[in-house]
Design a protein around this ligand. Structure first.
Ligand code: ADP
Ligand code: MG
Length: 303
């Protein structure tokens, strides 16, 4: 069963075509990552799915409900944390939760019970009665997540939840995302430009300049799009031997980088040329290499 089904989604802002006909499906209960640099079209996609922004073309269903026809039902199924926070800065965390709760007919003892339950997961009781504007970035993000979870949605969408936070808060938020994944049956759609975050996802879609360039599990993407590498410091004669044997290599400063089909091929090569090798290491392909090889761009540089 699909929680989210997107077909040929297109969206332009005046001259800029931000999303150029993308299709993807999110399995119910899965953890789905949309990976891409700045400007890829991640927030545009999230805002359309969240019913905030009108699409130009394509079709979207969320928990079987059709976007543009059943938006009220879709909003009930969805909890969304937007990239730029939308809490009221002059209100406390509790007041923000109460304001949202009122939409869902949640007040009094029932609201307090729900806040207590969320506190078990989020651990935010120490700043529940502080105004948003006095909180740290990580605390605000947790309050945003609490508000998104208030009405027990089936699907949680998080747009770059760790971007712009200090390393300690990033780790905190990431642990919270993983515990939501573990302790609830929710479907999670997350956008990120951090490679390490997609390693925990069940399925990764790589978005670049409004186009899906690849999708699979992180491990399959790594196998398909990046090579492990044997890095050696050569002794005299190695280059000549490699050239004679038609072994491909790149020179990088004082070392040679030899692309491998698998790590065992590295062991064979080291064994074959050991008299000509000063030292070596076998380096696993990284997800950064995957992104670079697929798009020709680095995640940090953007598009
Ligand atoms: P991401 O979230 O992946 O960084 P966005 O969806 O925010 O990407 O943006 C995709 C493209 O659309 C970018 O080129 C961006 O400059 C452009 N864009 C986004 N929002 C607007 C807007 N409100 N008006 C004009 N262009 C926009
Ligand atoms: Mg964005």
């Amino acid at each position: 069963m699909k929680s989210i089904d997107v077909k040929n989604l297109v969206k332009s802002y005046d001259a800029v075509q931000a999303v150029k006909g993308i299709s993807f499906a999110v399995e119910e209960g899965s953890f789905f990552a949309l990976l891409g640099p700045n400007g890829a079209g991640k927030s545009t996609t999230v805002e359309i799915l969240a019913t905030l922004l009108a699409k130009d073309e394509g079709s979207v269903t969320i928990m079987g409900e059709t976007l543009d026809r059943d938006d009220a039902k879709i909003r009930r199924h969805l909890g969304v944390v937007f990239q730029y926070g939308t809490l009221d800065n002059d209100l406390t965390v509790r007041e923000n939760l109460a304001a949202r709760g009122a939409f869902y007919g949640l007040h009094g003892a029932e609201l307090n019970q729900r806040i207590n339950d969320l506190d078990q997961l989020i651990d935010f009781s120490s700043y529940l009665d502080r105004r948003i504007k006095t909180l740290s970035g990580g605390q605000r993000r947790k309050a945003e997540i609490a508000r998104a979870l208030l009405h027990k949605p089936r699907v949680l969408m998080l747009d770059e939840p760790t971007t712009g936070l200090d390393p300690k808060s990033r780790k905190d938020i990431w642990e919270l995302v993983l515990s939501i994944k573990k302790e609830t049956a929710m479907t999670i759609l997350l956008t990120t430009h951090y490679m390490e975050e997609v390693l925990d996802a069940d399925h990764v879609v790589i978005l670049h300049e409004g186009v899906i360039r690849a999708e699979d599990s992180a491990e399959n993407l790594r196998l398909a799009y990046a090579r492990d590498t044997l890095k050696v410091i050569p002794k005299k004669g190695l280059l000549k031997r490699l050239d004679e044997d038609n072994v491909n290599y790149d020179r990088v400063n004082a070392s040679l980088h030899i692309p491998l089909k698998n790590p065992f091929e590295g062991i064979e090569l080291v064994d074959r040329y050991r008299d000509h090798i000063e030292s070596f290491e076998i380096v696993k392909a990284s997800m950064d290499d995957v992104f670079l090889n697929i798009t020709g761009a680095s995640l940090e540089e953007g598009s």
